[in-house]
Design a protein. Structure first.
Length: 455
């Protein structure tokens, strides 16, 4: 579907779907009010964020091997079969390229965790970040205009050592101060893209970090009605928060579906997110994203193994949830209004994978789009998500990568080096909560951060 007419038709169809589903959801709204009001604070302190998928194994093993409730030997074997295709370095003979960002899924998602905030200019050291690109326009198109020879993102490495574009990443620094006088420093990325020699094309860029792979199957299994219910919850209305679903295309069926994955919630399933990464990041064709008339370079079986590996992996257990400082931080998390978007408790519904069904989980996300303000805008529209809108990032597993480690990067573009910096960047719908955080006493801020680092 192309052009202005196609875009308008897509958006009209999305609005129609939303209106229909909104009407259905109103029938469960009253029940939702009761459920939100009756949540037990003790339950929220659970150290088992993944329900029965919570793993007590040390990181990174917890997220790489089958979850404890995957007890059927065949299912455990199926999950294990995805390890190799996820972490193995691809070659040209295996479909890599001709241009790519990294040669393996695990090359960006290191040990299934975050990648570093780095762009490598060396062909021997692939990058761990993505630079999305589009041709400048008025921003109204649901699908960004592709850049000739590059598509929708830059692949700055190539199998022959001569990519068509190169990326340079630098940082600018801002200094702020808490009311008590303590100073802090924030940083903001600056991306420069050098296209093919002689090109004078103007492009818009959006830098994206590699997020951790924690509990995606559980997030896939949360009913869409639950997500819509959260956007109508009394505390969200009170906090002037208006999270919403990004209705996107499920490529296999061509139907609209709830976007759940990606920083702007652009993919509805783990399988489609994985297939998109293969195609866009490594230029490897597959059953979902393929060139017309060609045989996919990744088979249905391998794509299924990649998906099951991620969906049935364990979720790291939270720690120290009964420690006094952590309990104090948890209370502040609620009282500041953070939990309005970073929903602590969700319940999964029916799902093809039995291990994911009917699980009470604590991911700290509502999976909805929220306006985060001009300071975090990337100028990109993806489906109905505008430049200032981002999906609420899940917070479970924050303890897996402490702030002191090299890969401790947060927010969509890795600008935040600590959890504290990530909070300070919050704006838009989160501005009230951010101001409350800034106004806290030093010990209160430390308690809140201690709670988050224990998740």
């Amino acid at each position: 579907m192309g052009g202005a007419a196609g875009t308008k038709g897509l958006e009209r169809a999305q609005r129609g779907v939303c209106r229909l589903r909104y009407a259905v959801a109103r029938g469960i709204f009253a029940l939702g009010v009761v459920l939100f009001a009756a949540r037990s604070f003790a339950q929220e302190l659970s150290s088992r964020p993944g329900g029965d998928l919570t793993s007590d194994l040390p990181n990174p093993l917890a997220v790489q091997v089958a979850a404890p409730n995957v007890v059927d030997p065949a299912r455990r074997e199926a999950q294990g079969q995805g390890f190799a295709p996820f972490h193995s370095i691809r070659t040209k003979n295996e479909g890599l390229g001709p241009a790519f960002i990294n040669a393996s899924c695990g090359g960006c998602h290191v040990n299934n965790g975050r990648g570093a905030a780095t762009i490598s200019r060396s062909q021997g050291a692939p990058s761990q970040m993505v630079v999305k690109v589009r041709v400048p326009d008025d921003g109204s198109s649901a699908t960004p205009r592709v850049v000739l020879d590059e598509g929708t993102q830059i692949r700055d490495h190539s199998v022959d050592g001569s990519p068509t574009a190169r990326v340079k990443l630098s940082w600018t620094y801002l200094v702020g101060q808490y009311p008590g006088g303590a100073r802090y420093e924030l940083r903001k990325p600056k991306v420069s893209v050098l296209l093919a020699k002689g090109s004078k094309r103007r492009i818009v860029t959006s830098l994206r970090m590699s997020p951790p792979i924690i509990g995606p199957g559980l997030l896939e299994a949360v009913p869409w009605e639950t997500l819509l219910q959260q956007s109508l919850a009394p505390d969200a209305i009170q906090e002037r928060v208006s999270g919403r679903i990004n209705w996107v295309t499920e490529v296999r069926t061509g139907r609209f579906a709830v976007g759940r994955f990606g920083f702007k919630a652009t993919h509805p399933t783990v399988e489609q997110q994985s297939a998109a990464a293969l195609y866009n990041d490594m230029q490897i064709t597959n059953p979902i994203f393929n060139e017309p008339g060609s045989v996919p370079e990744v088979s249905e079986e391998e794509l299924s193994a990649l998906s099951i590996y991620q969906k049935l992996g364990g979720v790291p257990a939270a720690v120290d949830q009964d420690a006094p400082e952590v309990i104090s931080g948890k209370k502040l998390f609620f009282s500041l209004g953070c939990e309005v978007c970073h929903r602590s408790t969700l319940v999964t519904g029916e799902h093809p994978d039995p291990e994911l069904r009917n699980q009470t989980i604590h991911p700290y996300t509502d999976l909805l789009l929220h306006d985060m303000g001009a300071r975090l805008s990337d100028g990109f529209r993806e489906y109905s998500a505008t430049g200032t809108e981002w999906r609420t990032t899940p917070l479970w597993g924050l303890r897996a990568i402490p702030d002191r480690e090299r890969a401790s990067v947060y927010l969509h573009d890795g600008r935040a080096r600590t959890i504290e910096e990530a909070i300070l960047w919050h704006g838009g719908e989160a501005a009230r909560a951010q101001r409350r955080f800034v106004a806290l006493k030093t010990k209160e801020r430390e308690a809140l951060l201690r709670f988050l680092r224990a998740l």
